[in-house]
Design a protein around this ligand. Structure first.
Ligand SMILES: Nc1nc2c(ncn2[C@@H]2O[C@H](COP(=O)(O)OP(=O)(O)OP(=O)(O)O)[C@@H](O)[C@H]2O)c(=O)[nH]1
Ligand SMILES: [Mg+2]
Ligand SMILES: [Zn+2]
Length: 294
């Protein structure tokens, strides 16, 4: 109906047009009301009024709960970290860095161990054993035989999700299974990724039949580290929290200090030594970066 007002979600923006999905699933091609100076992002929740032929005008951008920057997407609440049993061999360091990024951006993480049809590399076994035990959600999937794909869709729930993980882990393959209707578009995106140029230009959300949305874009990579102070890092290692209450110094960095509850937990085998080693290595980087901000 022309002239009616509604709230919707921006699925993508292209050349000044924003594609807004209403709650009934209808998509409106909208311009932004001229007097509004703000930038519309994929993922924005907006108020629009309708014109003829499924066109509309965005009247207001509602406040964002989260914001990713490269590419910009608003209101993402879920990150899938897609790794493989093998080919490529999973990197424990990349996983820890992605978990830090996710938490820093306020996203919930779900670790997806894909290619469960292959023999797992030792790192994959460590991930499957350790991370659920410290409280992370982990799914095992195979885009080859479909294992776990329904669960994956279920985890999205009603939220906006993005994917991250190394090239070749199977992100596009999993998306193709989750989004049977849009396989062509997914493939187009993979080809773009292959060229490595336009990957961050535009982000598009795809609507899942079961509810929720998923973006065809990583949001951020394991190479990035958020800007933080050295004492903030340990907060992102969830299993350090309890043992840290046994540290002698309140500002303990769990590195060179004496009487450190975290190091004692590592020695007792309660914290995996690879996690602690990753922590120390990332701590070095955070301290290095801290200097460059001063
Ligand atoms: N055996 C097996 N192979 C898979 C599985 N999932 C994906 N592959 C294969 O792994 C290769 C890479 O899959 P993609 O889906 O392109 O991986 P990607 O994560 O999207 O990679 P980038 O787009 O480069 O980041 C392809 O040859 C897929 O056929 C799986 O579950 N099992
Ligand atoms: Mg891909
Ligand atoms: Zn300590």
């Amino acid at each position: 109906m022309t002239g009616s007002r509604g709230e919707g979600l921006v699925l993508k923006s292209l050349s000044g047009f924003h594609y807004v999905q209403a709650s009934d699933g209808e998509v409106y091609e909208c311009r932004l009301r001229g007097k509004i100076r703000a930038r519309v992002l994929t993922g924005d929740q907006v108020v629009y009024t309708t014109l003829e032929n499924n066109r509309g005008v965005i009247e207001e951008i509602l406040p964002r709960s989260t914001q990713l920057y490269r590419p910009p997407i608003a209101n993402v609440s879920m990150l899938f970290i897609v790794l493989a049993y093998a080919r490529p061999r999973p990197s424990l360091m990349a996983l820890d860095r992605l978990l830090i990024m996710a938490e820093w951006h306020g996203l919930e993480s779900c670790i997806v161990m894909n290619k469960s049809d292959l023999t797992p590399e030792p790192e994959a076994v460590s991930i499957i054993e350790y991370y659920p035990q410290i409280g992370y959600q982990l799914l095992q999937t195979s885009a080859l035989n479909g294992q776990g794909v329904e669960e994956l869709t279920g985890v999205v729930g009603n939220s906006i999700a993005v994917l991250a993980g190394p090239s070749g882990a199977g992100k596009s393959s999993l998306l193709n299974l989750m989004l049977p209707d849009v396989s062509l578009e997914i493939q187009e995106v993979s080809r773009k990724l292959g060229r490595g140029r336009h990957t961050t230009r535009h982000a598009e959300l795809f609507s899942l039949h079961e509810g929720g949305w998923i973006a065809d874009t990583p949001g951020f990579s394991a190479l990035e580290l958020p800007r933080m102070k050295r004492e903030e890092l340990a907060m992102h290692f969830i299993e350090f929290q309890e043992p840290a209450s046994g540290c002698r110094f309140a500002d303990c960095l769990h590195h060179q200090e004496r009487d450190c509850g975290v190091k004692e937990a590592v020695n007792r085998g309660e914290i995996a030594s690879f996690r602690y080693e990753n922590y120390v290595s990332i701590l070095g980087e955070v301290i290095e970066k801290e200097r460059s901000y001063q």
